[in-house]
Design a binder for this molecule. Structure first.
Ligand SMILES: CC(=O)N[C@H]1[C@@H](OP(=O)(O)OP(=O)(O)OC[C@H]2O[C@@H](n3ccc(=O)[nH]c3=O)[C@H](O)[C@@H]2O)O[C@H](CO)[C@@H](O)[C@@H]1O[C@H](C)C(=O)N[C@@H](C)C(=O)N[C@H](CCC(=O)O)C(=O)O
Ligand SMILES: Nc1ncnc2c1ncn2[C@@H]1O[C@H](COP(=O)(O)OP(=O)(O)OP(=O)(O)O)[C@@H](O)[C@H]1O
Ligand SMILES: N[C@H](CCC[C@H](N)C(=O)O)C(=O)O
Ligand SMILES: [Mg+2]
Length: 496
């Protein structure tokens, strides 16, 4: 494809573009080959502009960078917003993309929604995929990308790769980092879901308004002009959700509100049952009872937002409501890992914010006869201000709290625990996640429930940063099973 054509299609003025053939796009100079367009961005760690000479040496045909950057020996596509321009150009190259693409944003629930939307499409007979924290999941396989929203080149090449494999429906997670770094742009997005908004990532965003503004880019700029905004409107929502509707209105999008306060999909009643929850939902003038095979109010929110997204892509309503009753649990979200030797169930959940911890705990309460024992920690090199509120949330509704480690990364684990304990002064502190999980399961009686929160599906404990970063194999579900087996063995004097 010629550079002049790519620029013209993207609406980017580049008089020098000419007939130069483009063979690919890269944002990392180490991935540049002859004919590549290189995006040189100022990052949080290094300035990508420093790599322009080596990209040109490797054969870069053009460099997308600020006007002030020095580009000698390749075409300089100058832009005030290089990440945005680069995305718009790359999107012309990686085509075609699947016909139906939806995005989900919000502080908690993105992964759950993209997974459930994919399941609803699949059970409705569509070839569907999802992209997010759990990786790229297609009808045939699941591949990890390492980030919730992959970098723009990986994102667009995945999209066109999926289209080549015959995938027609894709749901992707739009993280606030991804949105503010233009990692998901340039493709038609038919619908966007919004789950909820609460404190996270204030190490990266200046304040809550800045964090919210990053998420609002999805509705203000990323989705197509005729897209549908599917917005959760719960009973006790803060004002953020209503503000999302305002953004969608201002952009002229179709609006579908979902929840107890929703107008399009109204949740009238929710009752825990032995295997999940019985829901009464009104949609399009019809009231339906749905037996959702998942526990917890938060999973209802995610299932209904996902149903809304599937409806927005034209799936027949009776089909959608039929298959919602068959959604499978999402890995690491209120996943029952094992039953302890005492009979106490051990749940693993990915709660890593105060609101998520409260939601996970609330989900377990209706099933509780004895005590709730909550084990968790906070990740290193991430928003420190969320640590004490996480402690508070856990302490508020648990009977026993054990504070331990969760991906310390470049920080001192004891100092992270200390900051969490500020919000939960009565909590017990157990260094080492395995030891903490063991202590919780050993302590649990027959009527108790153990909640292990924070790592969900993760399979490693990240220790150290930069050159010293190591990932030690660690899977909460497996460790809970191992600890339960060990405790059973000890209690039978080694005969079990
Ligand atoms: C803070 C953050 O979001 N950083 C991401 C971002 O890095 P950055 O733009 O700051 O990049 P940088 O390392 O300073 O480098 C600047 C530029 O120079 C380039 N470079 C760099 C080195 C080199 O040798 N050559 C070269 O060309 C880089 O490709 C980059 O374009 O872009 C990189 C490339 O896409 C990402 O790998 C990197 O993710 C880091 C590893 C990370 O930990 N990100 C987390 C915080 C994250 O993004 N999380 C979100 C949210 C999850 C959630 O919602 O909870 C996610 O979407 O996963
Ligand atoms: N709708 C919701 N309301 C409140 N809490 C939720 C909701 N959905 C999920 N959670 C909590 O957040 C945790 C993470 O859920 P999920 O992985 O779906 O969110 P996410 O937005 O993808 O997170 P991340 O930002 O890490 O990618 C869950 O394990 C649960 O504790
Ligand atoms: N996407 C989130 C995941 C957090 C998971 C938790 N285990 C932690 O390491 O803090 C982040 O990168 O902030
Ligand atoms: Mg996620």
């Amino acid at each position: 494809m010629k550079l002049s054509k790519i620029c013209a299609q993207a609406g980017i003025d580049c008089p020098q573009a000419g007939d130069a053939p483009v063979t690919g796009f890269a944002i990392d100079n180490r991935k540049v080959a002859p004919g590549t367009v290189f995006g040189a961005f100022q990052g949080t760690q290094v300035n990508g502009e420093d790599f322009i000479p080596s990209a040109i040496e490797a054969g870069a045909v053009a460099i997308v960078a600020r006007r002030e950057a020095t580009v000698e020996g390749a075409i300089h596509i100058a832009s005030e917003t290089p990440r945005k321009s680069f995305a718009e150009l790359a999107a012309q190259y990686f085509t075609p993309v699947p016909e139906h693409i939806v995005a989900v944003t919000g502080t908690n629930g993105k992964t759950s929604c993209v997974e459930m939307t994919r399941q609803i499409w699949r059970m409705s007979g569509e070839r569907a995929a999802s992209i997010g924290t759990l990786g790229v999941t297609t009808p045939d396989e699941s591949v990890s990308t390492g980030l919730t929203t992959p970098d723009i080149v990986t994102f667009l090449s995945n999209m066109s790769g999926l289209a080549r494999e015959g995938v027609t429906h894709v749901a992707y997670e739009a993280s606030s980092h991804g949105l503010s770094q233009y990692r998901n742009e340039g493709i038609p997005v038919e619908a966007a879901g919004f789950t909820n908004f609460s404190r996270d990532h204030l190490d990266y965003h200046a304040d809550m308004e800045d964090y919210f503004a990053a998420k609002m880019r999805l509705f203000d700029e990323v989705v197509s002009d005729d897209a549908t905004a599917v917005v959760w409107m719960g009973a006790g929502d803060s004002g953020w959700n209503a503000r999302v509707v305002e953004h969608a209105q201002k952009r002229g999008l179709k609006i579908m509100t979902v929840g107890e306060q929703g107008e399009d999909i109204r949740l009238i009643r929710r009752e825990p049952t032995q295997l999940g929850q019985s829901l009464t939902v009104e949609h399009d003038g019809t009231e339906r009872t749905i037996n959702l095979p998942l526990i917890g109010a938060y999973q209802v929110s995610n299932a209904l937002v996902s149903a809304g997204l599937a409806l927005a892509t034209g799936i027949d309503a009776s089909r959608v409501w039929d298959v919602v009753a068959r959604v499978q649990p999402v890995r690491g979200r209120l996943e029952r890992a094992v039953i302890a030797p005492s009979g106490a169930p051990v749940y693993v959940d990915y709660a890593h914010t105060a609101e998520a911890l409260a939601a996970a705990i609330e989900a377990l309460h209706p099933h509780l006869r004895g005590r709730l024992i909550t084990v968790f920690g906070a990740g290193g090199d991430r928003d420190r201000g969320k640590r004490a509120p996480m402690g508070e949330a856990a302490a508020k509704s648990s009977d026993v709290v054990i504070v331990t480690d969760d991906n310390p990364r470049g920080e001192e684990p004891a100092e992270i625990r200390r900051q969490v304990l500020e919000g939960a002064p009565q909590a017990r502190e157990v260094a080492g996640r395995r030891e903490a999980i063991h202590a919780a399961i050993a302590e649990a009686g027959r009527d108790d429930i153990v909640l292990v929160a924070g790592k969900g599906h993760e399979t490693g404990q990240i220790i150290g940063s930069g050159e010293n970063m190591r990932v030690h194999p660690f899977d909460d579900v497996e460790v809970a099973r191992e600890c339960a087996a060990l405790i059973a063995k000890d209690s039978t004097g080694g005969d079990a």
